[in-house]
Design a protein around this ligand. Structure first.
Ligand code: 7PJ
Length: 260
């Protein structure tokens, strides 16, 4: 899953046309590099990020989804927590929902069930604005597992098919470095839920914390190590900024994992 950010702060400057053009070039490149899903997000969920209105989010993502749909044959994921955005994005051509709130926002569960497309349910402690202030767990792995199990049950009850549900421990979302490391080390515990896992570690600060505060452009190798560990343990989808490098490590790890 390749990340396509369309939040304004992810582009240097220029008007809407420049943004759209850059986004399409980025899509074209990710597709050439072997991406399977393009994740389009209009609301930054980084620590301290401010929330955006429904209209702002729609204005950012809908033109891009439309443009991608017109030009490319690729699965488009809408990275949103808002029911209205899910609905509009899917009407425009998105066919996957990636929700860091795991369909807990108003009407999101009902709308996602009606749309009848795959969903990713991610764990997060707290909310993006404050989640990194003091993450705390008795047992991070069991608590994340319990949360994902509960959201999985809610989705099944709402009528979403089991094979359309992906789970994600939410690296960096209300978690310290040791929480993140424990989750990666014990991924098999989450796999006991028998659902496909999505893992997002690309360029995240947990890598910086392990590598002398490496700036974001120096986190690739660390992120690939984490992605390799995830694939080796049985994760299904890696969410990444760096498609070529990630596709390569997935091919190599999968070959070792699957040889009989
Ligand atoms: C994730 C995400 C993740 C899923 C972000 C960033 C922060 N969605 N959206 N999993 N992270 N499913 O990319 O640094 O880990 S935003």
């Amino acid at each position: 899953m390749g990340i396509l950010n369309v939040t304004p702060d992810s582009f240097s400057d220029g008007g809407q046309y420049v943004e759209l053009d850059l986004a399409l070039k980025h899509c074209e490149q990710m597709i050439a590099e072997g991406v399977d899903i393009i994740d389009v997000g209009g609301e930054s969920t980084r620590p301290n990020a401010q929330s955006v209105s429904i209209q702002q989010e729609l204005d950012r993502v809908i033109p891009i989804i439309q443009a991608i749909k017109q030009r490319f044959d690729i699965t488009i994921s809408i990275d949103t927590s808002k029911a209205e955005v899910m609905q509009a994005a899917v009407a425009t051509g998105a066919n996957f929902i990636n929700d860091v709130y795991a369909l807990r926002q108003e009407n999101a569960l009902e709308v996602a069930a009606k749309l009848n497309i795959p969903v990713c349910l991610m764990h997060m402690q707290g909310e993006p604005r404050t989640m990194q202030q003091s993450p705390s767990y008795q047992n991070v792995v069991l608590e994340v597992k319990q949360f994902l199990q509960q959201r999985l049950q809610a989705c099944l009850q709402a009528g979403i098919a089991k094979d359309k549900i992906y789970l994600d421990p939410g690296f960096g979302f209300g978690k310290t470095l040791s929480h993140n490391l424990l989750l990666m080390q014990q991924l098999p515990v989450l796999l006991e839920l028998k659902q496909a896992l999505i893992i997002g570690v690309s360029r995240k600060s947990m890598i910086a914390k392990l590598l002398d505060n490496a700036p974001v452009e120096q986190r690739l190798y660390g992120g690939l190590a984490l992605a390799s560990l995830a694939i080796w343990q049985g994760a299904t989808i890696i969410r990444t900024h760096d498609v070529k490098a990630t596709v390569d490590i997935i091919k190599v790890c999968s070959a070792v994992k699957n040889i009989k």
